[in-house]
Ligand binder design. Structure first.
Ligand code: TYD
Length: 206
């Protein structure tokens, strides 16, 4: 099973990755915890550039998809082939949200790149952690030095959130939308509830 976690910066998704990993290990499954951009040595180098160097939006989109290509071929596909559960902190929905929504880059070009890079591969389940941009910003403040995306204003994150929603509506079956304004332990309970429900088929199939 391939599971991705998405949401605007400050939605708190990373907190719930560990809970999901523990849940799947409790089911006796190998778990591969990974992230995008990144997940391989080359892709992590590309991540550094994307997060810290200023560049044109097409360059930015090409670099995140270049990193993704390496990640899909070298980590995600082999893990799925041996029956592991892949938990990925962000995947292609983030490209549509940040490069498409946030930066206003051409959605059709992103769809074309997605087709080339993923050859039909999509997460089986995507948790979308949804919070208003103001709440997310308050959470980000004082946590750490912001990167190029975290430093953006509320209008940018409003567009990112809208683009996530647009993406969800185009593939509704894959998404579980999670209200991430609640306290962390409640959000984790929500996530594990959805996971238990969605995993039934996958666990029975083994
Ligand atoms: P994030 O996942 O929030 O990691 P951390 O918790 O270490 O900050 O940061 C990754 C950033 O990269 C985030 O701001 C969104 C951005 N991003 C894109 O712009 N496009 C993409 O395709 C992906 C995967 C991420």
């Amino acid at each position: 099973m391939f599971i991705s976690l998405e949401g605007i910066d400050g939605a708190g998704k990373s907190t719930h990755l560990a809970a999901l990993a523990q849940w799947w290990r409790g089911c006796g499954r190998e778990v591969v915890l990974t992230r995008e951009p990144g997940g391989t040595p080359l892709a992590e180098r590309l991540r550094e550039m994307v997060l810290h160097e200023s560049m044109d939006p097409l360059t930015e989109s090409l670099l995140v998809f270049a990193a993704r290509r390496e990640h899909v071929l070298r980590v995600i596909e082999p893990a799925l082939a041996r029956g592991a559960v892949v938990l990925c902190d962000r995947f292609t929905d983030a490209t549509f949200a940040y490069q498409g929504g946030g930066r206003g880059f051409d959605w059709a070009v992103l769809q074309q790149l997605e087709g080339w890079v993923q050859a039909g591969r999509q997460p089986d389940l995507t948790f979308l952690f949804d919070v208003p941009p103001e709440v997310a910003q308050a959470r980000r403040v004082a946590v750490r030095q912001p990167d190029r995306f975290e430093a953006q204003d509320t209008a940018f994150f409003t567009r990112v959130r809208q683009a996530y929603e647009q993406r969800r509506l185009s593939m509704p079956a894959r998404f579980a939308i999670i209200d991430a304004t609640a306290p962390a332990h409640e959000v984790t309970a929500q996530v594990l509830g959805v996971m238990a429900e969605r995993a039934t088929g996958d666990l029975e199939g083994r």
